[in-house]
Write a protein that binds this ligand. Structure first.
Ligand code: C5P
Length: 224
């Protein structure tokens, strides 16, 4: 049976990989997996249910049993039948997600769920370990980066647009700390796959970054 093509886009938070991945998926008419949202959902459910963020067996069970639904078009997410809203994207939940994501039991529990997104005609998968662990046989792998300062600036701007004033230095520190945790964890650390194409989005608009990625799509199998 012909395998369903996959493009993986890994990189640290704020690098632009989510926006780029969604745009590529739309251009190609493919499915999109925001794997970070799965880790965020586990973290959010744990915070709501009072499960300690280091209780690996309970968190792994939660990851396996979560009732999750995504709507790609509206970017909406439901947990246990209820829309989760903006809390999923907060720094609080992002930081908690990076803690639960360091637990091997949680990562293992989410593997099949992530692979189930691989459906015809193709999948664009965004995360930290898409090209290294979840889809090592992907047809095309990108690793998207940007400087910590640039990523902190983008985050502050995003929060400002939501009417939230944020301190640049504090956000930059949080980003650097989350990067460190994601890079130094023993399981599935954040690193480029050996065959990944590096895209640095520092000082580039989304359009410019997409333009840097597009020529590589020529590597995809001819039928896609
Ligand atoms: O990408 P996002 O910021 O939503 O991810 C939240 C956290 O989930 C990351 O900091 C990372 O620790 C974790 N994550 C992961 N593996 C993925 C996607 C996200 O460990 N594939």
């Amino acid at each position: 049976m012909k395998k369903v093509p996959v493009i993986t886009i890994d990189g640290p938070s704020g690098s632009g990989k989510g926006t780029l991945g969604r745009a590529l998926a739309k251009e190609l008419g493919w499915h999109f997996l925001d794997s970070g949202a799965l880790y965020r959902l586990v973290a959010l459910a744990a915070l709501e249910r009072g499960i300690p963020l280091d209780d690996e067996p309970a968190l792994a069970r939660l990851a396996r049993e979560l009732d999750v639904r995504f709507d790609v078009d509206s970017d909406a997410v439901w947990l246990d039948g209820r829309p989760v809203g903006d809390r999923l994207r907060t720094e609080e939940v992002g930081n908690a997600a990076s803690k639960v994501a360091a637990l091997p039991g949680v990562r293992e529990a989410l593997l099949d769920r992530q692979r189930a997104f691989r459906r015809p005609p193709g999948l664009v998968a965004d995360g930290r370990d898409m090209g290294t662990v979840v889809f090592p046989d992907a047809d095309l792998k990108f690793f998207v980066t940007a400087s910590v300062e640039e990523r902190a600036r983008r985050r502050v701007e995003q929060l400002r647009q939501k009417g939230i004033e944020a301190d640049f230095e504090a956000i930059a520190r949080e980003i650097a700390e989350r990067d460190r945790r994601d890079r130094e964890r023993p399981v599935a650390p954040l690193r480029p796959a050996e065959d990944a194409i590096l895209i640095d989005t520092t000082g580039r608009s989304i359009g410019e970054s997409l333009a840097a990625m597009r020529p590589h799509l020529a590597q995809l199998p001819a039928s896609t």
